[in-house]
Design a protein around this ligand. Structure first.
Ligand code: ADP
Ligand code: MG
Length: 548
């Protein structure tokens, strides 16, 4: 502490850049302070700091004995507590969690104690250093916040336990999906709709979810007993119903069920298989050497589609690409909404088949492949489809949303199929398999970074800068935090340490994300763990990526 005081006194009133001299490690009476990176001016992104507190000072060492999920939740809880304090002091900030409880680096538990990672804007008057203020900020304000965040008697331990047990419950529910042959589970009384299109808060006075008896499943939780709700079976499931009856709302809730949610979210008992992927049309995106032939074939000019590349995909091509990339990366379930799909990728009715011969149409619509996805590739599909009955023939389960409530209309749908047999010709006669895993040129990634002054930067949820390229990721609706993208960028960097072509990139990424995944990353507090599937999805959108 004296050393920090001494160093700060020496640079008082000097140019802001002199703050560089305080980089380092300082022992305060009951914590260790690390000043890791120092901003170059008062308006640059804030300096990165860490504080370490020994378990013995916290009365929280019992947390180390808990399950990995419990610890993840406890770390999240402490992050939220610290974030609350930083509202009293603008100069301090921590990577604040939203509705989901991710595995983050903002708070870490080590064998020795608790580490907090956060940012501070070092105080200045114009461009000159305010040393006394800096000393106060770091040794008083900050130290007080850290103590309050990491001493048992300062915390609401009941709330902490509830938060953690709640996460263990959700993990347990998700773990039971497979044995019940389900892809997702939506508990009774869940609140699915959000307050607004730009908010993840629950809608007030929403109609709570009520399970149709024929789809009722009861699952167990370690801390809340049995939970009953609607199970969505594996296979092909359609969500049908009139416009504005809550179809997309149900699907959106299911797509975020890959994450654990806070108690007040309303979707906290909605859980989904971790390898479920929401795909959509995304025209304009790039595609790299991908086999699209099951869906797109004999293009004009006889262009081959078994290794298809473009920097400007059409709606149908982009959706076919996302589907194939998801299967390549190990997706078990696809989530698709008609609202965000390319019509010609989804359907082609009998009249259009009669008018345009299949030799003149490059697209084999999903309706002709969906049963094969289930039967030959073991992939389930949950599809919102209110606009066409052509999928009814292949559906195992049909759920109608009516006045925001699900109704099991599977039997009724079968009767409709029998009474109105389809006149469509089936367009796919060949077999279907998962696309092969492409190789990734990781040497090329390295070049990209070198050309771009080594920038890895995530901006909100919609874009990631990697070297000189900004990657547009606005379509990846299953990302929950920009910090996941930040991690993705650093994982690419780790892969790029080897030269040349990397086989099985998904597997390599999954390996990087196992165990203490952050131990190979710089000591930043704004990393959150993404799924390997989403890291691959981002990589597929890197325009200068090379796959073969
Ligand atoms: P669809 O996809 O069937 O056209 P949406 O899911 O988009 O319908 O829902 C239409 C509107 O109804 C949205 O504004 C949504 O927030 C609202 N909504 C959905 N579910 C509920 C509910 N359970 N209670 C109240 N409002 C809801
Ligand atoms: Mg909709």
């Amino acid at each position: 502490m004296d050393i920090l005081d001494h160093k700060l006194r020496k640079i008082d009133r000097q140019n802001y850049r002199s703050y560089y001299s305080i980089k380092g490690k300082y022992e305060l009476p009951d914590m260790t302070l690390f000043i890791d990176t120092v901003q170059s001016d008062p308006f640059a992104s804030a300096s990165r700091l860490r504080v370490f507190r020994a378990w013995s000072l916290t009365d929280l060492a019992w947390l180390k004995e808990q399950s990995a999920d419990y610890q993840r939740a406890a770390r999240d809880y402490l992050t939220r507590v610290f974030a609350g304090y930083t509202q009293q002091e603008n100069a301090l900030s921590i990577d604040k969690p939203g509705q989901t409880i991710l595995d983050r680096t903002s708070v870490l538990f080590t064998d020795a104690g608790i580490e907090l990672r956060f940012r501070a804007v070092l105080p200045a008057d114009g461009r000159s250093i305010l040393a006394k203020k800096a000393f106060q900020l770091l040794t008083e304000t900050l130290a007080t916040f850290v103590r309050r965040t990491t001493i048992a008697r300062e915390l609401d331990i009941e709330a902490l336990k509830q938060h953690c047990e709640h996460v263990e419950n959700q993990v347990a529910l998700r773990a039971q999906l497979d044995e019940h042959n389900l892809i997702a589970f939506v508990a009774d009384n869940s609140v699915l709709p959000r307050l607004a299109g730009n908010s993840q808060q629950p809608l007030e006075n929403a109609i709570p979810f009520a399970t149709p008896e024929s789809l009722r499943v009861t699952l167990n939780t370690p801390h809340a007993g049995e939970i009953s709700g609607m199970g969505i079976p594996k296979g092909v499931t359609l969500i049908v119903g009139g416009g504005f009856h809550g179809k997309s709302t149900l699907l959106n809730a299911i797509e975020t069920g890959i994450y654990d949610h806070v108690l007040t979210d309303g979707r906290q008992w909605v859980v989904t298989s971790e390898s479920a992927v929401k795909i959509r049309a995304e025209d304009g995106r790039c595609v790299h050497n991908l086999d699209l032939s099951p869906y797109i074939n004999h293009l004009p000019g006889d262009r081959s589609t078994t290794a298809f590349s473009t920097q400007n995909a059409s709606g149908s091509t982009s959706q076919a690409a996302w589907l194939q990339e998801s299967l390549e990366a190990g997706a078990s379930t696809l989530l698709i909404d008609e609202d965000s799909s390319a019509t010609n990728f989804m359907i082609r009715d009998e009249r259009m088949q009669a008018l345009v011969a299949s030799e003149q149409e490059p697209i084999t619509p999903l309706v002709d492949r969906i049963a094969q996805l289930r039967d030959e590739c073991d992939v389930s599909v949950l599809l919102v489809m209110g606009g066409s009955g052509d999928y009814l023939d292949m559906a195992d389960t049909v759920i109608q949303m009516h006045d925001y409530q699900p109704v099991d209309v599977t039997e009724k749908a079968k009767a409709v199929v029998a009474a109105h047999p389809t006149q469509r010709l089936k367009e796919a006669t060949d077999s279907l398999s998962r696309p092969r895993a492409r190789k990734l040129n990781v040497g090329g990634l390295n070049q990209l970074l070198q050309q771009g002054k080594f920038r890895i930067q995530a901006k909100d949820l919609a874009s990631l800068r990697f070297g000189k390229e900004w990657i547009d990721l606005g379509a990846l609706s299953q990302l929950s935090s920009a910090s996941q993208l930040h991690t993705a960028g650093w994982i690419w960097f780790a892969l790029a340490s080897q030269p040349g072509w990397l086989a099985q990139p998904t597997k390599q990424i999954a390996q990087q994300l196992m165990g203490e995944w952050y131990s190979t990353l710089p000591p930043y507090g704004d990393f959150a763990k993404p799924r390997a599937i989403d890291v691959m999805a981002a990589l597929n959108r890197l325009r200068s990526a090379q796959f073969k």
